[in-house]
Design a protein around this ligand. Structure first.
Ligand code: FES
Ligand code: MG
Length: 584
């Protein structure tokens, strides 16, 4: 494409070069000049390129971006732009109470205000930890100025006693070993720390790697960006190329609305199945789609994604970690395999100025143990099932992590494959679960399903990652590691638990889960995609009539604002009023 800078008037010139308003122009210029920008840089023929910095001491998953900044800025300079870095509200998955999910919409709001109110012509969005990626993409969708994502990359592979130790997955495994008395507290902590050997985000295919894969699948990052481990030289080179590329995107006026189309979201769903991606992807993609004005529905995840196979052999669904995935070709290779099999929409535009099809046409897996060819997958039909019934309008089940053992024990009643009837055990939240899971009075056995409620967007504000409840210690000691669990919250993308989660609407707003009682019989029919409490209609209605919404206590002003404005997980957990501000 041609460089049109000579005849282009940039958005930033409304601030820095506006002869009709010399007072304001002078004020804008003098206060940026005082940090060393020259008048030529501010008023000349070069675009101002914002760099949204999500890394900090508080956000270690994204801290690598502090060290990548030189390379991003060098790329922007060499591309002919002027870099201008600004901070983003931190969203550290493992550090924020009560949930990091509460802050996704806050960081989104902050980004929109910065992009709207400051002299920025295009933006590099640094991403990494789980919610940073959707927050940045949601903001870019709302503002619709040229934008490109650069993730920090996963940590190096963790190792513990000669075995790969993956982020999150080692914690779930170690928790079981601790409950079984096989390891002590000290070893538990040491095992977890072994999984985090360097800067970077989670090295498993958890929510961070998933969401960065989604950014690449959507066409919002350069091809090959998402899988490069944080400390690798290729990550620094990618930072440079990303900085360089955004300048040309501004000159070409290539905007999120050109890229975030329905075809792009369909590609993201397809890729999510092939990588064994996180159950957090549907609400985040839904939120990005809604801010972009693209029609997407939770049922699309099953319709488009369920029948596709799992290609990527990475924890929690498989065995490897981020370094192997990168060496095998990463997301671009997965997309190349999917395209060859005819499962991508190749015409979707990307930040390269080329289509997805053009970007990945020649890229294939270089290690078939890590990224399998489409014709020889790890498992077929590996997408999400979307269930409904009297307990919820929709809930997701990630099938790529259901083990054969679990399938046999819980989903294969003789003659009724996929059908399971069980007694409900209901917990009112994570605190109640921890207090009572080992209470013998509950008589929990393998004929039970564990439910957790009050943990959705409004209930636990943000929605908690707690649905992957482990069985009581006595069952763990007997070798039963997983029971069916259901809830209106989420679970970590690093969990291998085959939970039924993201149930919408949530219980505190009057969703069906609110009326369930411990002891009720439940029927799960995976073939019919239903889950129902076997309670007759009159009794169910009586419980509904008797129900009153719980009183929710807010600890901060933002919690109150969030709760008053947030929607349900099936709708992306957006600030509903914000979805009206599109393509401003
Ligand atoms: Fe930040 Fe996993 S906790 S990426
Ligand atoms: Mg998480």
């Amino acid at each position: 494409m041609t460089d049109t800078r000579a005849n282009k008037r940039f958005r930033s010139q409304e601030w820095f070069d506006n002869p009709n308003n010399p007072n304001m122009t002078a004020l804008y210029i003098e206060r940026y000049q005082n940090q060393g920008y020259t008048r030529q840089e501010l008023q000349g023929d070069r675009p101002m390129i914002g760099i949204a910095q999500t890394g900090s001491d508080l956000a270690p998953c994204n801290k690598i971006h502090v060290f990548l900044m030189d390379r991003i800025k060098a790329g922007i300079r060499d591309g002919g732009g002027v870099p201008i870095e600004f901070p983003v509200h931190p969203i550290q998955e493992t550090g924020k109470r009560p949930t990091a999910a509460l802050d996704r919409n806050l960081a989104y709001l902050g980004l929109v205000e910065v992009l709207h109110g400051y002299p920025i012509d295009g933006v590099v969005l640094t991403t990494g930890c789980d919610k940073t990626t959707p927050a940045m993409l949601m903001g870019a969708a709302t503002m619709d100025i040229p934008a490109i994502t650069l993730n920090g990359g996963p940590m190096l592979d963790g190792w513990w006693k000669g075995k790969r130790a993956g982020s999150g997955t080692i914690v779930w495994e170690s928790r079981r070993l601790l409950a079984e008395g096989k390891i002590d507290y000290e070893e538990f902590i040491e095992r977890a720390c072994a999984s985090a050997p360097s800067l970077g985000h989670c090295n498993t295919m958890g929510t961070a790697s998933t969401m960065n894969a989604m950014a690449e699948a959507l066409g919002m990052s350069l091809p090959g960006c998402s899988a490069i481990p944080a400390p690798f030289r290729e990550r620094m080179a990618m930072a440079y190329e990303t900085g360089k590329r955004i300048v040309q995107m501004v000159l070409d006026d290539l905007k999120p609305s050109d890229i975030l189309t329905r075809a792009a979201f369909e590609n993201a769903i397809v890729v999510n199945t092939a990588i064994g991606g996180s159950t957090n992807a549907p609400p985040h993609l839904q939120a990005i789609a809604r801010h972009a004005g693209v029609a997407l529905n939770v049922k699309d995840w099953e319709t488009i994604g369920f029948d596709l196979p799992l290609l990527v052999n990475m924890q929690p669904a498989g065995e490897y970690l981020g370094e192997s995935f990168f060496r095998a070709g990463g997301v671009a290779a997965v997309m190349g395999e999917l395209q060859q099999a005819g499962h991508l929409r190749p015409d979707a535009m990307t930040v390269t100025g080329k289509t997805v099809g053009e970007n990945v046409a020649q890229i294939r897996s270089t290690d078939h143990d890590v990224i399998r060819p489409f014709t020889d997958p790890l498992r077929p039909h590996a997408g999400f099932l979307v269930l409904s019934g009297n307990l919820f309008d929709s809930a997701l089940m990630k099938t790529s992590v259901i083990s054969e053992d679990f399938r046999k024990r819980f989903l294969s009643d003789p003659g009724h494959e996929g059908v399971h009837e069980a007694r409900a055990i209901v917990f009112e939240g994570p605190e109640d679960y921890h207090d009572r899971i080992n209470d013998p009075a509950l008589k929990i056995d393998e004929h039970c399903i564990l439910f957790i409620r009050n943990v959705g967007c409004v209930g636990y504000p943000g929605s908690a990652e707690v649905v992957n409840m482990q069985p009581p210690d006595a069952m763990l000691k007997a070798g039963i590691n997983h029971m069916p669990t259901v809830g209106d919250g989420r679970q970590s993308g690093t969990s291998e638990s085959p939970s039924i989660l993201n149930a919408s609407p949530e219980s505190v707003v009057g969703g069906g889960l609110a009326f369930l009682k411990t002891g009720d019989m439940i029927r799960l029919d995976l073939n019919a995609r239903t889950m129902n409490a076997l309670v007759d209609d009159a009794e169910w209605q009586a419980r509904r009539d008797a129900w009153t919404a719980p009183t929710l206590v807010n600890q901060t002003p933002w919690e109150e604002i969030y709760r008053k404005n947030v929607g349900q997980l099936a709708d992306g957990g957006c600030l509903e009023l914000a979805t009206a501000y599109q393509r401003v």
